[in-house]
Design a protein around this ligand. Structure first.
Ligand code: FE2
Length: 285
Protein backbone atom coordinates (compact mmCIF):
# COMPACT_ATOMS: atom_id res chain seq x y z
CA UNK A 1 0.00 0.00 0.00
CA UNK A 2 1.29 3.43 -0.96
CA UNK A 3 -0.17 6.74 0.19
CA UNK A 4 0.84 10.01 -1.47
CA UNK A 5 0.51 12.99 0.84
CA UNK A 6 0.04 16.59 -0.22
CA UNK A 7 -0.73 19.45 2.12
CA UNK A 8 -1.14 23.19 2.63
CA UNK A 9 -1.98 24.12 -0.93
CA UNK A 10 -3.71 27.33 0.26
CA UNK A 11 -5.57 27.84 -3.00
CA UNK A 12 -7.01 31.36 -3.17
CA UNK A 13 -7.62 34.07 -5.72
CA UNK A 14 -6.34 37.61 -5.46
CA UNK A 15 -2.83 37.04 -4.12
CA UNK A 16 0.31 37.53 -6.21
CA UNK A 17 1.19 33.84 -6.26
CA UNK A 18 -2.36 32.54 -6.78
CA UNK A 19 -1.53 31.01 -10.15
CA UNK A 20 1.63 29.48 -8.81
CA UNK A 21 -0.24 27.74 -6.00
CA UNK A 22 -2.70 26.26 -8.49
CA UNK A 23 0.14 25.17 -10.76
CA UNK A 24 1.99 23.54 -7.86
CA UNK A 25 -1.07 21.46 -7.01
CA UNK A 26 -1.70 20.55 -10.65
CA UNK A 27 1.93 19.56 -11.22
CA UNK A 28 1.94 17.46 -8.06
CA UNK A 29 -1.16 15.53 -9.07
CA UNK A 30 0.31 14.98 -12.55
CA UNK A 31 3.53 13.70 -10.97
CA UNK A 32 1.60 11.29 -8.75
CA UNK A 33 -0.38 10.13 -11.79
CA UNK A 34 2.88 9.23 -13.52
CA UNK A 35 4.21 7.06 -10.67
CA UNK A 36 4.76 3.37 -11.32
CA UNK A 37 3.38 1.76 -9.29
CA UNK A 38 0.57 4.20 -8.69
CA UNK A 39 -0.19 4.97 -5.07
CA UNK A 40 -3.42 3.56 -3.69
CA UNK A 41 -4.62 6.91 -2.45
CA UNK A 42 -3.78 10.58 -2.10
CA UNK A 43 -4.35 12.32 1.21
CA UNK A 44 -4.46 16.10 1.61
CA UNK A 45 -3.75 17.14 5.19
CA UNK A 46 -5.46 20.49 5.15
CA UNK A 47 -5.31 24.17 4.41
CA UNK A 48 -6.66 23.16 1.04
CA UNK A 49 -8.11 26.59 0.26
CA UNK A 50 -6.86 29.68 2.03
CA UNK A 51 -10.10 31.29 3.14
CA UNK A 52 -12.41 28.39 2.41
CA UNK A 53 -14.41 29.91 -0.45
CA UNK A 54 -16.62 27.55 -2.50
CA UNK A 55 -15.09 28.66 -5.78
CA UNK A 56 -11.61 27.74 -4.56
CA UNK A 57 -12.81 24.30 -3.49
CA UNK A 58 -14.48 23.89 -6.87
CA UNK A 59 -11.15 24.55 -8.53
CA UNK A 60 -9.40 22.08 -6.22
CA UNK A 61 -12.08 19.49 -6.88
CA UNK A 62 -11.54 19.89 -10.63
CA UNK A 63 -7.83 19.25 -10.15
CA UNK A 64 -8.48 16.29 -7.85
CA UNK A 65 -10.72 14.91 -10.59
CA UNK A 66 -7.61 14.50 -12.74
CA UNK A 67 -6.05 12.16 -10.14
CA UNK A 68 -5.94 8.48 -11.07
CA UNK A 69 -6.49 7.39 -7.46
CA UNK A 70 -8.94 8.50 -4.75
CA UNK A 71 -8.18 11.71 -2.87
CA UNK A 72 -9.07 12.02 0.82
CA UNK A 73 -8.96 15.29 2.73
CA UNK A 74 -8.63 16.47 6.31
CA UNK A 75 -9.51 20.08 7.19
CA UNK A 76 -6.94 22.71 8.14
CA UNK A 77 -7.32 25.92 10.07
CA UNK A 78 -7.73 27.88 6.83
CA UNK A 79 -10.48 25.59 5.54
CA UNK A 80 -14.24 25.93 5.88
CA UNK A 81 -15.83 22.65 6.92
CA UNK A 82 -19.15 23.02 5.14
CA UNK A 83 -17.71 24.38 1.91
CA UNK A 84 -15.08 21.66 1.95
CA UNK A 85 -17.68 18.99 2.59
CA UNK A 86 -19.91 20.36 -0.18
CA UNK A 87 -17.05 20.41 -2.69
CA UNK A 88 -16.30 16.73 -2.12
CA UNK A 89 -19.87 15.47 -1.92
CA UNK A 90 -20.04 11.76 -2.53
CA UNK A 91 -16.69 10.98 -0.88
CA UNK A 92 -16.29 9.47 2.57
CA UNK A 93 -16.14 12.86 4.29
CA UNK A 94 -19.78 13.24 3.29
CA UNK A 95 -20.71 10.71 5.95
CA UNK A 96 -18.90 12.58 8.69
CA UNK A 97 -20.90 14.08 11.55
CA UNK A 98 -21.85 17.69 10.67
CA UNK A 99 -19.69 19.37 13.28
CA UNK A 100 -16.51 17.43 12.57
CA UNK A 101 -15.02 16.39 9.28
CA UNK A 102 -13.61 13.08 10.45
CA UNK A 103 -14.12 9.69 8.83
CA UNK A 104 -12.46 6.38 8.06
CA UNK A 105 -11.35 4.74 4.82
CA UNK A 106 -11.64 0.99 5.10
CA UNK A 107 -10.76 -0.53 1.74
CA UNK A 108 -6.99 -0.77 2.16
CA UNK A 109 -4.71 -3.05 4.23
CA UNK A 110 -4.17 -0.07 6.52
CA UNK A 111 -7.23 1.85 7.68
CA UNK A 112 -6.99 5.57 7.03
CA UNK A 113 -8.57 7.78 9.69
CA UNK A 114 -9.08 11.44 8.82
CA UNK A 115 -9.15 13.58 11.95
CA UNK A 116 -10.59 17.05 12.38
CA UNK A 117 -8.31 19.18 14.58
CA UNK A 118 -9.87 22.50 13.60
CA UNK A 119 -11.45 25.14 15.80
CA UNK A 120 -12.83 28.47 14.59
CA UNK A 121 -11.35 30.09 17.68
CA UNK A 122 -7.71 29.66 16.69
CA UNK A 123 -5.26 28.79 13.95
CA UNK A 124 -3.95 26.16 16.36
CA UNK A 125 -5.46 22.72 16.71
CA UNK A 126 -8.15 21.53 19.10
CA UNK A 127 -9.18 18.06 20.15
CA UNK A 128 -12.17 18.10 22.46
CA UNK A 129 -13.53 15.23 24.53
CA UNK A 130 -16.19 14.52 21.92
CA UNK A 131 -13.56 14.09 19.22
CA UNK A 132 -11.57 11.81 21.53
CA UNK A 133 -14.63 9.62 21.91
CA UNK A 134 -15.23 9.58 18.15
CA UNK A 135 -11.61 8.60 17.50
CA UNK A 136 -11.63 5.80 20.04
CA UNK A 137 -14.88 4.43 18.62
CA UNK A 138 -13.34 4.43 15.16
CA UNK A 139 -10.18 2.74 16.37
CA UNK A 140 -12.23 0.06 18.11
CA UNK A 141 -14.43 -0.52 15.06
CA UNK A 142 -11.85 -2.92 13.58
CA UNK A 143 -9.60 -4.80 16.00
CA UNK A 144 -7.48 -6.37 13.26
CA UNK A 145 -6.08 -3.85 10.80
CA UNK A 146 -3.34 -1.32 11.50
CA UNK A 147 -4.27 2.36 11.24
CA UNK A 148 -2.69 5.47 9.77
CA UNK A 149 -4.24 8.68 11.04
CA UNK A 150 -3.99 11.89 9.07
CA UNK A 151 -4.76 15.40 10.28
CA UNK A 152 -3.67 18.98 9.83
CA UNK A 153 -2.00 19.93 13.12
CA UNK A 154 1.03 17.91 14.24
CA UNK A 155 0.19 16.17 17.54
CA UNK A 156 3.70 16.37 18.93
CA UNK A 157 6.17 19.07 19.94
CA UNK A 158 7.64 20.57 16.76
CA UNK A 159 11.13 21.80 17.40
CA UNK A 160 11.81 23.33 13.97
CA UNK A 161 8.90 25.74 13.87
CA UNK A 162 8.27 29.10 15.53
CA UNK A 163 5.96 27.52 18.11
CA UNK A 164 6.52 23.97 19.38
CA UNK A 165 2.89 23.63 20.50
CA UNK A 166 0.47 23.49 17.58
CA UNK A 167 -2.62 22.99 19.74
CA UNK A 168 -4.59 25.50 21.75
CA UNK A 169 -3.42 23.95 25.03
CA UNK A 170 -1.15 21.16 26.28
CA UNK A 171 -4.33 19.44 27.48
CA UNK A 172 -5.79 19.34 23.97
CA UNK A 173 -2.53 17.92 22.63
CA UNK A 174 -2.37 15.30 25.37
CA UNK A 175 -5.99 14.24 24.78
CA UNK A 176 -5.21 13.53 21.14
CA UNK A 177 -1.90 11.83 21.92
CA UNK A 178 -3.59 9.59 24.47
CA UNK A 179 -6.41 8.66 22.09
CA UNK A 180 -3.98 7.86 19.26
CA UNK A 181 -2.19 5.40 21.55
CA UNK A 182 -5.43 3.64 22.45
CA UNK A 183 -5.16 0.00 21.34
CA UNK A 184 -1.69 0.24 19.82
CA UNK A 185 -3.08 -0.16 16.31
CA UNK A 186 -2.28 3.34 15.10
CA UNK A 187 1.12 2.87 13.49
CA UNK A 188 1.59 6.20 11.70
CA UNK A 189 0.43 9.80 11.77
CA UNK A 190 0.64 12.13 8.76
CA UNK A 191 0.12 15.87 9.11
CA UNK A 192 0.89 19.34 7.75
CA UNK A 193 0.47 22.91 9.03
CA UNK A 194 4.16 23.61 9.68
CA UNK A 195 5.02 24.05 5.97
CA UNK A 196 8.30 22.25 6.58
CA UNK A 197 9.19 18.56 6.45
CA UNK A 198 9.80 17.23 9.93
CA UNK A 199 8.84 14.38 12.21
CA UNK A 200 8.28 13.31 15.77
CA UNK A 201 6.88 10.59 17.99
CA UNK A 202 3.67 10.02 19.90
CA UNK A 203 4.83 7.26 22.20
CA UNK A 204 5.81 4.52 19.75
CA UNK A 205 3.88 6.07 16.84
CA UNK A 206 5.95 7.75 14.15
CA UNK A 207 4.51 11.08 13.02
CA UNK A 208 5.56 12.85 9.83
CA UNK A 209 4.90 16.39 8.64
CA UNK A 210 4.99 17.12 4.90
CA UNK A 211 6.08 20.52 3.68
CA UNK A 212 3.63 22.82 1.94
CA UNK A 213 2.81 21.71 -1.59
CA UNK A 214 2.68 25.41 -2.48
CA UNK A 215 6.32 26.17 -3.27
CA UNK A 216 5.94 29.84 -2.37
CA UNK A 217 4.77 28.97 1.13
CA UNK A 218 7.16 26.28 2.25
CA UNK A 219 9.76 26.95 4.91
CA UNK A 220 13.44 26.18 4.73
CA UNK A 221 16.27 26.83 2.28
CA UNK A 222 16.19 25.25 -1.17
CA UNK A 223 18.75 25.48 -3.95
CA UNK A 224 17.64 27.63 -6.89
CA UNK A 225 16.90 24.71 -9.20
CA UNK A 226 14.45 23.23 -6.67
CA UNK A 227 12.54 26.35 -5.70
CA UNK A 228 9.95 25.88 -8.43
CA UNK A 229 9.45 22.17 -7.84
CA UNK A 230 6.81 21.00 -5.36
CA UNK A 231 7.67 18.28 -2.87
CA UNK A 232 5.29 15.66 -1.55
CA UNK A 233 5.52 12.58 0.62
CA UNK A 234 5.13 8.96 -0.42
CA UNK A 235 4.33 6.67 2.50
CA UNK A 236 4.95 3.02 1.63
CA UNK A 237 3.49 0.35 3.88
CA UNK A 238 5.13 -2.97 4.57
CA UNK A 239 3.34 -5.49 6.78
CA UNK A 240 6.55 -6.39 8.60
CA UNK A 241 8.14 -2.97 8.95
CA UNK A 242 5.30 -0.47 8.87
CA UNK A 243 5.52 2.78 6.90
CA UNK A 244 8.60 4.30 5.33
CA UNK A 245 8.39 7.84 4.01
CA UNK A 246 10.06 9.29 0.94
CA UNK A 247 10.04 12.99 0.10
CA UNK A 248 9.55 13.19 -3.66
CA UNK A 249 10.36 16.19 -5.86
CA UNK A 250 7.98 16.58 -8.81
CA UNK A 251 9.23 16.32 -12.37
CA UNK A 252 10.45 19.49 -14.03
CA UNK A 253 7.80 21.57 -15.75
CA UNK A 254 7.56 22.13 -19.50
CA UNK A 255 8.98 25.31 -20.97
CA UNK A 256 5.74 27.14 -20.31
CA UNK A 257 5.69 25.96 -16.71
CA UNK A 258 2.87 23.49 -17.19
CA UNK A 259 2.51 19.74 -16.98
CA UNK A 260 0.83 18.26 -20.00
CA UNK A 261 -1.10 15.64 -18.03
CA UNK A 262 -3.32 18.19 -16.29
CA UNK A 263 -6.36 20.06 -17.52
CA UNK A 264 -6.42 23.30 -19.46
CA UNK A 265 -7.42 25.41 -16.45
CA UNK A 266 -4.34 24.45 -14.52
CA UNK A 267 -2.18 24.74 -17.60
CA UNK A 268 -3.34 28.30 -18.17
CA UNK A 269 -2.59 29.20 -14.59
CA UNK A 270 0.82 27.60 -14.57
CA UNK A 271 2.55 30.25 -16.60
CA UNK A 272 1.56 33.07 -14.30
CA UNK A 273 3.19 34.23 -11.07
CA UNK A 274 6.07 31.82 -11.43
CA UNK A 275 7.93 33.16 -8.45
CA UNK A 276 5.13 34.71 -6.40
CA UNK A 277 5.81 37.48 -3.95
CA UNK A 278 8.06 36.47 -1.05
CA UNK A 279 6.78 39.36 1.05
CA UNK A 280 3.34 37.77 0.97
CA UNK A 281 4.46 34.43 2.32
CA UNK A 282 5.37 35.04 5.91
CA UNK A 283 2.34 34.28 8.04
CA UNK A 284 0.28 31.83 6.07
CA UNK A 285 -0.18 29.03 8.53
FE1 FE2 B 1 -0.92 26.04 5.95
Amino acid sequence: MIVAQITDTHIVHGVPDAGRRIADLARTIADINALDPLPDAIIHTGDIAHGGRPEDYALVASLFATARVPVYVAPGNRDHREHLRDAFAGGPCRAAEPRFLDYSVEEFPVRLLALDTVTPASNKGEFCVERVQRLIERIDADPAKPIAAFMHHPPFVVTVGPDPLNFTSPEALHRLQHALQHSGRVIAVFCGHVHRSTGGWIGAIRAMVATSTATTLRKGEFPAHLRDRPIYHLHRYDAAFGFSTEARIVAEADDDGAVSAVGSGARGAAGRDRRGDPAEHGLER
